[in-house]
Design a protein around this ligand. Structure first.
Ligand SMILES: O=C(O)CCC(=O)C(=O)O
Ligand SMILES: [Fe+2]
Length: 242
């Protein structure tokens, strides 16, 4: 691999300490504008929800997914192939890591964002996805949709049971601007604030270490349930069990 002008080892260490990493101005504004336009061309401003009513209500999560690479929108390969992103991913995930899929998540005006969750089950610390999130337009306090994370929570096991939108005293609020890269461990507790602006979008190039099952992100852990996307069902009611 080519040499990259980033303190790679330091950044990897920071990722493993915090469970996330924020790199502002990582991508060129022109590329982000191109992506944002492709995303708006696909969704418009008022797309229909994709998930069923039960999920929308119980998960308190209102995002609409799109997998542009699976539809041959080749512009999305540019970020995938970014040498700096590859080198950083390898430093964090180790040799033999792989890309999972690229998913754009769109939220229209007046929607809830996402409740606290872990993208995959935390029981085995070695089995996880890593989110590589890019923001193609600014998130601002006026627009809403800030991403909340609990630093170090990737080492704290299962997300606790409780209010799906609790304000934790140790949470950190991220307000990513256009071109920002956020790397986020799938076991890190995270949430997205409600969206007040016209729309809010993030694009996630999910990845995983060698030996991770392809369906690692099929079951998501919320504070009130575990949900399986493949079959659209609640696989564990965490409130009933306690
Ligand atoms: O859009 C974000 O900022 C976070 C989205 C999220 O929860 C994820 O990519 O797993
Ligand atoms: Fe997530």
């Amino acid at each position: 691999m080519m040499t990259v002008n980033l303190p790679i080892e330091e950044l990897a260490k920071q990722f493993w300490k915090q469970g996330y990493l924020v790199l502002e101005d990582f991508f060129e504004p022109e590329l982000m504008d191109q992506y944002d336009q492709l995303i708006l061309d696909h969704f418009g401003y008022t797309p229909e929800f994709f998930h069923n009513e039960e999920f929308l209500t119980k998960a308190a999560t209102e995002v609409i997914p799109w997998f542009p690479q699976q539809e041959g929108v080749s512009a999305f390969d540019i970020v995938e192939n970014d040498e700096r992103l590859k080198v950083l991913s390898e430093a964090i995930l180790g040799e033999g890591w792989s890309s999972l899929y690229c998913m754009t998540m769109f939220s229209k005006q007046g929607t809830k964002g996402q409740a606290w969750h872990q993208d995959c089950a935390p029981e085995d610390a070695a089995k996880f996805n890593m989110n590589r999130l890019i923001y193609t337009s600014d998130i601002t306090p006026e627009i809403g949709g800030q991403t909340l994370v609990v630093p170090g929570s990737h080492k704290r096991g299962e997300l606790t049971i409780g209010d799906v939108n609790e304000e934790f005293s140790d949470q950190i609020e991220l307000t990513p601007t256009k071109g920002t890269l956020v790397l986020l461990h799938g076991h890190t507790w995270h949430r997205v604030r409600p969206v007040k602006g016209k729309y809010r979008v993030s694009t996630n190039y999910r990845s995983m270490p060698k030996g991770t099952p392809e369906d690692i992100t099929d079951i998501c852990v919320y504070r009130n349930m575990r949900y399986r996307f493949e079959t659209n069902e609640v696989v564990e009611d965490r409130l009933a069990a306690n």
